[in-house]
Write a protein that binds this ligand. Structure first.
Ligand code: ACM
Ligand code: ZN
Length: 743
């Protein structure tokens, strides 16, 4: 990163311009003037030689200069004994020379990163504003995750990733080494894990070909890290104060391991293939066989030998459990262990692995599904399906790392450009920066259990490292500041610092993600008054123009200047115009104040926690586009209209996107009732399932003779399992609906 030259001409207090630093330090006291030095004369000394080596490497890449090591130094990094400097913290003082003090190497390292951002180089002149900084991190776990299973990345690229983390004062690298699509870690005792499990027949991820991200889909694809590679990477990370948390997924997401060693799969469960698409395969370790646990303990033993950190991540997410229920060994295990269902069997599995790790003085961390069935106190939880798992875990006394998929999954694109690699679903720079990382729903005395935050980089739709970089930057600045700085600053200040920093990325050859011209339309329904408050949020300061009748906005349209209330049906369209007068994206939202607006309803089958449609009125909140999602089961809801209400129209809306495992319903039925006991059918649709790769909304509007009813029931049947023609045939299908409209 390069810092623009800062003209700090006089000492300012409250109104002072923020220095161009990310993450912003805990305390900054700007002084008047700046230190100007000739590049040939700047000398540097450090109690830790690596600091000079790293800083010079960075300065050379960014500015083409290096500083000379000398005992009579102008820039001095000193290790001191000073209890007032917190762990990983440092003090930095720029006056007629530069002094950086810390009690540990990590503090010097971070002081060097701040100095790197403070100094600017112009020809032979290095300029550093005079300042006193006292700095230390907010969270002990400042994480970035990297999935090298879905696509493989070289040792050099992994080191590059670690460099980007160190630049941003991130200290925990969650390395997702294992998944259905490839096993990437050499295990000496089980060589087939990498001889077989690291290679799939095709590059796979056909959606990438359509986007032009992969050249071909017909070559064997894969790769793995030898133990020598891993030791080199662990040492490289350690020099940069980064602890690696390796992830060995179990019991699910394990097709690659089980293709190599099918003996640890349930007998008669069929053939597995190394998965080539997104989604979850059926590959799950047999929980009944003792040999499975021996295998996993052997794998974990070699893993612990390679990775000295406290935590081992064991996955635990999205376990397909059907094979267990059909397996005599698994059934026997359930009987012996008193496990009443497959969820309790998963709990047994995780507990057993946890005991093994604890015996070796390591702590287990896993995705929030590991909470199901109870956990030992020392286990930590990564909250990914929203924040609910994190709240539950913290309340139960577990340490938690917050990594909710919105907005902390960096595989989601950060803008609406169709060329952006990554999963659909937007998490903008602003979303990441402004998200409340410690949910206020956690009791005050339990909040200390949130030990950190982490952004996750799943690589399904990022085959090349340049795609990773595009999705990492500039959002990594936001997660870094959330993780490090004691307080979140004004968005416009952060945005300004990011903009000033972007040119330096380009100097380093990084193409960062484009900051969006997208306008987000936030709707806050007021159910009592049958109205809604609308707020438009954008990342850029450009004017927002909008219409309410569905017409395209132009520069003569209404100008947004603050939240407003709406009490009539509207089709809102809003956009910003780029400097060249064009627009990249027009956002829209339809709001309908229909008769079931804000009415409570009951769902017979629960929605997935991560697809709640925006809250408890997700299907009756009056606006379209935010979906409730149910896996395998029907969406079957009964709306209570509160009193006898005359109605003559029902419409329900669903997503149909089979390639994302989301299918429209195969049957839809509407029923009404006066008393909640006797129901009369008023409409029936039987669309069935047709083979297609569309991504569309399907609707089932029905008009009928007016009736006075209190209850309205909608039963939409899920296709259940992906059909035979589907790439994930037999996998669980999703049913998504955004609204039920009653008139
Ligand atoms: C996850 O995204 N399945 C943890
Ligand atoms: Zn089994």
């Amino acid at each position: 990163m390069l810092t623009a030259i800062l003209a700090v001409s006089c000492s300012k207090k409250n109104d002072e311009v923020m220095l161009n630093l990310i993450p912003y330090p805990a305390e900054v006291h700007q002084q008047s003037g700046q230190l100007e030095l000739n590049t040939n004369k700047v000398s540097i000394a450090s109690d830790d030689a690596f600091i000079i080596e790293l800083l010079n490497k960075q300065l050379s890449a960014e500015h083409g200069v290096e500083l000379h090591a000398a005992n009579e130094a102008i820039i001095h990094f000193k290790l001191v004994q000073d209890a007032s400097i917190p762990s990983e913290g440092y003090r930095l003082k720029v006056d007629n020379d530069v002094l950086i003090e810390a009690t540990e190497k990590s503090g010097l390292l971070y002081g060097a990163q701040t100095l790197r951002q403070l100094l600017s180089v112009n020809g032979d002149i290095v300029t550093i504003p005079k300042v006193e900084i006292t700095d230390y991190p907010r969270f002990a776990w400042r994480g970035m995750h990297f999935d090298v299973s879905r696509h493989f990345f070289s040792v050099k690229e992994v080191k590059q990733f670690l460099d980007y983390m160190a630049m941003n004062k991130l200290n925990t690298f969650h390395w997702h080494l294992v998944d259905d699509q490839g096993w990437r870690l050499e295990i000496k005792k089980y060589p087939k894990l990498t001889e077989i499990g690291a290679w799939r027949e095709n590059v796979g991820f056909t959606a990438n070909q359509e986007k032009g991200l992969n050249k071909t889909n017909t070559e064997p694809y894969g790769g793995y890290y030898t133990q020598t590679d891993v030791r080199e990477i662990v040492a490289y990370a350690s020099e940069r104060n980064i602890t690696i948390v390796p992830e060995i997924e179990l019991p699910g997401h394990s097709a690659a391991a089980l293709v190599a060693y099918p003996e640890y799969y349930c007998n008669n469960a069929g053939e597995l293939e190394i998965w080539e698409q997104a989604g979850v395969s059926a590959g799950v370790y047999c929980a009944g066989k003792e040999s499975t646990f021996q295998f996993l303990e052997d794998v974990l033993t070699e893993t612990m030998d390679l990775f000295p950190g406290e935590f081992i991540h064991i996955g635990g997410d999205e376990t397909p459990k059907d094979t267990w229920l059909a397996c005599p060994d698994c059934r026997q295990r359930m009987k012996e262990e008193g496990a009443h269902d497959e969820h309790e069997l998963q709990s047994y599995f995780v507990h057993r692995i946890e005991k093994f790790l604890n015996k070796h003085n390591r702590r287990l961390i896993g995705w929030d599904e590991i909470l199901d069935g109870g956990l030992a106190q020392s286990a930590a939880v990564m909250s990914w399906r929203g924040v609910a798992g994190g709240i539950k875990a913290a309340e139960a006394g577990h340490d938690v790392v917050m990594t909710p998929m919105f907005p902390y999954y960096f595989n989601h694109t950060q803008n609406h450009l169709s060329s952006s690699p990554g999963h659909p679903g937007i998490s903008t720079l602003r979303d990441v920066y402004t998200f409340p990382s410690i949910p206020t729903d956690i009791s005050a005395d339990k909040r200390h259990h949130v030990i950190g935050v982490q952004a996750n980089m799943w690589s399904e739709y990022m085959p090349k490292f340049k795609h990773i970089e595009y999705n990492l930057f500039p959002r990594v600045f936001a997660i870094a500041e959330v993780a490090w700085s004691p307080e979140i600053k004004e968005w416009k200040d952060f945005y300004s610092r990011v903009n000033k920093t972007i040119p330096s990325l380009e100097k380093l050859g990084i193409k960062p993600g484009d900051i969006s011209y997208h306008v987000r339309i936030n709707v806050e329904p007021d159910y009592e008054n049958k109205s809604a408050s609308l707020e438009f949020v954008s990342e850029r300061p450009n004017t927002i123009f909008y219409t309410k009748d569905g017409s395209e906005p132009n520069k003569q349209s209404a100008v947004y200047n603050g939240a407003f209330v709406l009490n009539e049906d509207a089709h809102i369209k809003a956009c910003q115009f780029k400097e060249d007068g064009t627009t990249t994206f027009v956002s829209e939202k339809e709001i309908i104040f229909h008769k079931a607006f804000g009415r409570p309803y009951e769902l017979k089958y629960a929605h997935a926690p991560q697809y709640d449609g925006g809250g408890k009125f997700g299907l009756t909140n009056g606006f379209l586009g935010v979906e409730v999602g149910v896996e395998e089961k029907p969406i079957d809801l009964t709306i209570d209209m509160g009193e006898l209400t005359e109605i003559s129209h029902i419409n329900s809306r669903f997503k149909n996107a089979p390639m994302s495992w989301v299918f429209g319903p195969k049957k839809v039925r509407y029923e009404v009732s006066e008393d909640g006991t006797t129901y009369t059918q008023v409409a029936l649709f039987e669309p069935g399932v047709t083979k297609s790769d569309v991504n569309e909304i399907v609707q089932y509007p029905a008009e009928f003779t007016p009736v006075k009813v209190r209850y309205v029931r909608i039963i939409a049947e899920n296709v259940g399992l992906c059909p035979d023609w589907h790439p994930a045939a037999g996998g669980k299908a999703w049913l998504f609906s955004d609204e039920v409209i009653v008139k």
